[in-house]
Design a protein around this ligand. Structure first.
Ligand code: ZN
Ligand code: ZN
Length: 423
């Protein structure tokens, strides 16, 4: 057999089934780094069943001892809003979330497939949506903490689903919209190349260089300023902050890529040292609600004013979840020339949109973004400026009109990004 005959077939010549298999392989090998004998707990929308099955196959091929998938279903979620008694909205399956947390503690990896309709709950009562989210966050806290502390290997990948695809490509027939969204997911997830596993290794090394550069700088703050002045904010960084990006070694010793795709370098801001105004550069889909044209004002780290042209009620309920919901838990730098940004597609999905633009996140900080943070108590983390909340919601502020300066400990500013690109 000649070398040409054994080479992998070109991505464009593969069937959808084969392309899904490639994405599944990247999810398991690169995203999770799943270990022989490890258990996998997966969550997936019903519409992502073909990808969930491919991931299950790849996981068993990689040596998984057991794959358990929890399926979500958009029409069933809507049925709750339509017919359930009022008490339902303060309720969450605590027993299930405890079981998931126990699974993680006993060694399971976690994979989430994103793909639910981003506008599913847009027409529902924001009060009920907020109550249901709070109940779900409280029940999910023990499991979520193991994830935000990177105790276990975990990842998120996306599947093109009909309602999501129609929102991203309005005006296209459903089949064409789904096909286009799949291609956009494959490109953004870097699986449309001959050797995706090698491409991811190279990409991870480039992100690591950027992270090392930022960590060596020990900036006191970042200054974001948009050309029209609607964003002009100084984001103080937590004492002993650490930049992260690309892959990470989880507490269980497994090297994983927590998001596919990922283009960001991110760290922990200081919860009390954020001042100025911020305007979102993209709309935000949060748990099925759409929030558009967010504008907020920060004083001493806290949001003191928040407006939006759509979903303002949802936004105000979100930042009232608890004391930490008005403060930042993450700041991330993403160049405007990342492949996702260059596609020009508005995904209405944070996994993609946050990797197309610099962003900030309200709520819970990642303790792994502080030197020695994974071993610290809540009090020790708070002392360094790390925020605590039931929520962690990223929203996009970067664009090709955004300049970012790094502010040194002595107050001098140096350019980091100009017009959204690294200097
Ligand atoms: Zn982020
Ligand atoms: Zn985030």
């Amino acid at each position: 057999m000649s070398a040409a005959e054994v080479a992998a077939p070109k991505f464009s010549t593969l069937s959808l089934d084969e392309k899904l298999d490639r994405l599944a392989e990247v999810a398991v090998k690169v995203g999770l780094g799943l270990k022989e004998g490890q258990e996998l707990i997966m969550s997936a929308p019903m519409d992502a069943l073909p990808l969930a099955r491919k991931i299950t196959e790849q996981a068993y091929k990689a040596g998984a001892v057991l794959v358990t998938t929890l399926y979500g279903d958009d029409p069933s979620t809507l049925a709750r809003y339509k017919y359930a008694q009022d008490a339902s909205f303060d309720y969450a399956p605590v027993w299930l979330q405890e079981g998931v947390a126990n699974g993680f503690r006993s060694g399971a990896a976690r994979l989430a497939i994103a793909g639910a309709n981003p506008a599913l709950l847009a027409q529902q009562d924001p009060k009920k949506v907020s109550r249901a989210n709070i109940a779900a966050s409280k029940a999910g806290k023990p499991a979520m903490e193991l994830i935000t502390r990177h105790e276990i290997n975990w990842t998120i990948v996306a599947a093109a689903t009909p309602e999501w695809a129609k929102l991203v490509f309005p005006g296209e027939p459903e089949d064409a919209a789904v096909a286009k969204l799949w291609e956009a997911i494959f490109a953004a997830s870097r699986v449309n190349v001959d050797d995706p596993v090698a491409a991811w290794k190279q990409h991870g090394e480039r992100l690591k260089q950027r992270v090392d550069f930022l960590n060596a700088k020990r900036y006191a703050a970042l200054h974001f300023k948009s050309a029209d002045g609607t964003t002009d904010v100084k984001v103080g960084l937590a004492d002993d902050h650490l930049w992260a990006g690309g892959g990470t070694t989880a507490g269980n010793g497994v090297y994983c890529q927590p998001n596919i795709p990922t283009e960001e370098c991110f760290t922990t801001p200081h919860k009390d040292r954020v001042d100025g105004v911020v305007k979102a550069s993209k709309p935000l889909s949060h748990q099925g609600s759409l929030i558009e044209n967010i504008q907020v004002k920060f004083e001493g780290g806290k949001i003191v004013e928040a407006t939006a042209t759509a979903g303002e009620d949802v936004l105000n309920r979100l930042i009232s979840t608890d004391a930490g919901a008005r403060r930042l838990g993450e700041v991330a730098l993403v160049p405007h020339n990342s492949p996702i940004a260059e596609s020009g597609i508005l995904f209405w999905n944070t996994l993609f949109d946050e990797n197309a633009a610099s962003h900030i996140a309200l709520g819970q900080a990642y303790s792994t973004c502080l030197i020695g943070g994974e071993k610290m108590s809540a009090e020790e983390l708070a002392k360094l400026g790390a925020n605590e909340s039931l929520i962690h919601v990223d929203w996009m502020i970067g664009s090709d009109a955004m300049d970012v300066d790094g502010i040194a400990q002595d107050g001098t500013a140096e350019p980091l990004m100009r017009k959204g690109a690294w200097v």
